[in-house]
Design a protein around this ligand. Structure first.
Ligand SMILES: O=C(O)[C@H](O)[C@@H](O)[C@H](O)[C@H](O)CO
Ligand SMILES: [Mg+2]
Length: 393
């Protein structure tokens, strides 16, 4: 038995860059009585402090339990918490614990965890860039930065061209969005994939108008076109729009994922390992998706711990489409916190081969980066926005 001795959480942060949500991290460390250490990470806009308090509760429940008992531990937390299936704070906290448990298990077997998840299905992980368009408002600004992304070797990039429009988009908003997308498409050419991020913020009729307008630019997918709980809206969208739909970053249980799958509301599922319940639950969603012919494109918008564990799953699954990456647009402290992250080469990630999830933490930096509370202050631009884009021109 490999007994858990503690589950600790650290709130880390520094300067705010690229996006406010990306400027914080809840780092989770699981330690065993024989001195093994594993790491996980999580955070969700505005919820870091709540997640921290959940980790402290998970610590009390998990102390003394076997780190290998992934399923039993999950059900124990579910039993204790009672509201896990309907609480983002609870599932994100548990997800980080699960990821750290897998890190320890991989280290125990001295293998990267993809070897425990089905082995290697691919050698390189094709990425799409996100976070690259800070302060882009005009088509020219998007074009300039999109060209940089392509110069770095990426074959796909995602962006939100809708500025400050929320819920309803009018003629001006549609025109602005189209000008941005058109300009980027012309600048990057037909061989680079463009992915359209809506951030789940439109009512269905606005979303349908957007799709009709942007269809000719051949986006790889339309992400979260309608509000995330608007299932009826999404059904109407599917009846009216031929483009592929991607969603899933706000799904917190496999049962929720099943709803989208069985009603054929999604082509590409974007669950986040740090929200769905870690590797253990993500693996089940991958299996269900495979049965429904749905491809995976995991949400990956936090730090390099989540990035590494997500790559482990990407490496091993058959039904993979593409991987989101903020790699070159992370705050530098998130990069410094990791000792040996695998690089991006020519728009592809290299699979980490180190035992566990594949990265080591620069523990000396934890003390330096600790913050007392969330660093955000209210502004008109919401937290989830890539910084400096919530403007018209
Ligand atoms: O697809 C994505 O990467 C997300 O939508 C991010 O862009 C969000 O803004 C962020 O995760 C909110 O917390
Ligand atoms: Mg998104």
């Amino acid at each position: 038995m490999t007994k858990i001795s503690s589950v600790e959480a650290f709130l880390l942060g520094k300067e705010i860059i690229s996006a406010k949500w990306a400027s914080l991290m809840v780092l989770v460390r699981v330690t065993t009585t024989d001195g093994k250490v594993g790491y996980g990470e999580t955070v969700s806009a505005l919820r870091a402090e709540a997640v921290l308090s959940f980790i402290n509760k998970i610590d009390k429940v998990m102390k003394g339990r076997d780190v290998f008992d992934l399923e039993k531990n999950r059900m124990e937390w579910y039993k204790q918490d009672f509201n896990m299936a309907i609480s983002l704070e609870s599932t994100t906290a548990f997800s980080a614990f699960d990821i750290a448990s897998w890190d320890i298990i991989g280290k125990e077997f001295e293998v990267p965890i993809y070897k425990l998840l089905g082995g290697k299905y691919r050698d390189r992980i094709p990425l799409y860039a996100n976070g690259w368009y800070q302060n882009c408002v005009t088509p020219e600004e998007f074009v300039e930065k999109a060209k940089d992304v392509v110069r770095k070797g990426y074959k796909a990039l995602k962006f939100d061209p809708f500025g400050p429009y929320f819920d309803i988009i009018d003629k001006k908003g549609l025109k602005e969005a189209e000008e941005r997308v058109k300009a980027v498409r012309e600048a990057v050419g037909d061989d680079v994939d463009i992915l359209i991020e809506h951030h789940g913020r439109f009512n269905v009729d606005s979303a349908i108008m957007i799709a009709k307008r942007l269809e000719k630019y051949n986006p790889l997918f339309m992400e979260e076109p309608v509000h995330p709980d608007d299932i009826e809206g999404l059904r109407k969208y599917r009846e009216n729009v031929k483009l592929k739909v991607a969603l899933g970053e706000r799904i917190i249980t496999k049962t929720q994922a099943l709803q989208f799958l069985k009603d054929k509301l999604v082509n590409c599922l974007q669950i986040d390992l740090s929200r769905i319940g870690g590797v253990t639950e993500a693996r089940k969603v991958v299996g269900m998706s495979e049965a429904f012919d749905v491809l995976m494109a995991f949400h990956n918008a936090q730090g390099l711990i989540l990035n590494a564990v997500t790559l482990q799953l990407d490496a091993s699954i058959p039904n993979f489409l593409i991987q989101e990456s903020f790699y070159e647009w992370f705050p530098s402290w998130k990069i410094d916190l990791i000792k040996n992250s695998t690089p991006v080469e020519n728009g592809e990630a290299i699979i980490p081969e180190k035992p566990g999830i594949g990265v080591d933490i620069n523990e000396k930096l934890i003390e330096e980066l600790k913050v007392e509370k969330e660093l955000y202050s209210y502004s008109e631009e919401p937290l989830w926005v890539v910084k400096g884009t919530w403007r018209s021109y």
